[in-house]
Design a protein around this ligand. Structure first.
Ligand SMILES: [Zn+2]
Length: 276
């Protein structure tokens, strides 16, 4: 199972920040009866019938830039609350990436498991990087009366430190890297499209939480804020990935299988892990 792939001149590397213990599937998907998982046991659950979790991020490397899409749970307030700490920095070092190598941090959305390493102790973890955040998500989360701890600690300081770039949908961040609006999980959620040398890929962000959703796109994840919008974004992304034969990078799928393709066989959609 590949942990890295090349899209034209851009290398995509799957990195794990943290693997929480697997959970009963009704925890992440409270509206899906347990028996509905039966056809997806093999593709989507552990041997014990549990939902496997992963807080994954992706590094993009080319001759022109090094970027990271999402920063995991980190040592942030949410992690501390749960008595855990992400291992992102160690796992980046293992593939030869130091925090100071990163030119750009791209947050698909402002949830605690995606911005955790943005800022640590008031300082940007990635000292040379510009931080790219969806304008709509920024406005949503930073305008709340009471800021969530991860917003206060891992997002708001980006503006004060003057390292923040707010982006719209379909906006180029690096050559060959652009935003694709996929709202619903959060109001300004963005997936990331990569196009280089005639090849293309998409980093889904939280549009996809389990391979079962390829066949059951109406299954809503617990944290989807606007469920109908999230379902519409999921359907759109699935259709696009099949039509354009995109390589798909989905950070919440199992770490050793979160790079793959969505394939359609006899009208059913499947997750096909990228082979080495
Ligand atoms: Zn997430």
């Amino acid at each position: 199972m590949a942990l890295t792939t090349k899209i034209g001149r851009i290398e995509v590397v799957a990195i794990c920040d943290f693997v929480p213990p697997p959970a009963p599937p009704t925890e992440p998907f409270p509206e899906v009866p347990i028996e509905s998982w039966e056809p997806y046991r093999e593709s989507s659950l552990t041997e014990d019938g549990l939902y496997p979790r992963n807080y994954g991020v992706f590094v993009l490397r080319s001759d022109d830039f090094t970027a990271i899409v999402d920063t995991g749970l980190g040592p942030g307030p949410h992690a501390a609350q749960n008595g855990v700490e992400g291992k992102l920095l160690e796992n980046l070092a293992a593939v030869g990436v130091q925090p100071s190598d990163i030119d750009g941090v791209i947050n698909t959305h402002i949830h605690p498991d995606h911005v955790g390493w943005n800022i640590v102790d008031g300082k940007p973890t990635f000292s040379r990087a510009r931080y790219t955040v969806s304008r709509e998500d920024w406005e949503h989360w930073t305008s709340q009366k009471e800021l969530a701890p991860h917003v206060a600690e891992n997002a708001v300081p980006l503006e004060d430190l003057d390292v923040l770039d707010l982006v719209e949908d379909d906006q180029e961040i690096f050559i060959g890297v652009r935003t694709l609006g996929t709202p619903g999980h959060t109001p300004g959620h963005q997936s990331i499209l990569i196009e280089s040398g005639g090849e293309s890929a998409v980093i889904t962000g939280d549009v996809l939480h389990t391979p079962a959703q390829l066949q059951e796109p109406h299954w809503s994840f617990r944290a989807d804020i606007d469920k109908p919008a999230a379902i519409a974004s999921r359907r759109m992304l699935i259709e696009k990935a099949i039509a354009d034969k995109l390589t798909v990078a989905a950070g919440h799928l199992r770490y050793d299988g979160n790079l793959g393709h969505i394939v359609e066989i006899e009208g059913r959609r499947y997750w096909r892990v990228l082979a080495e």
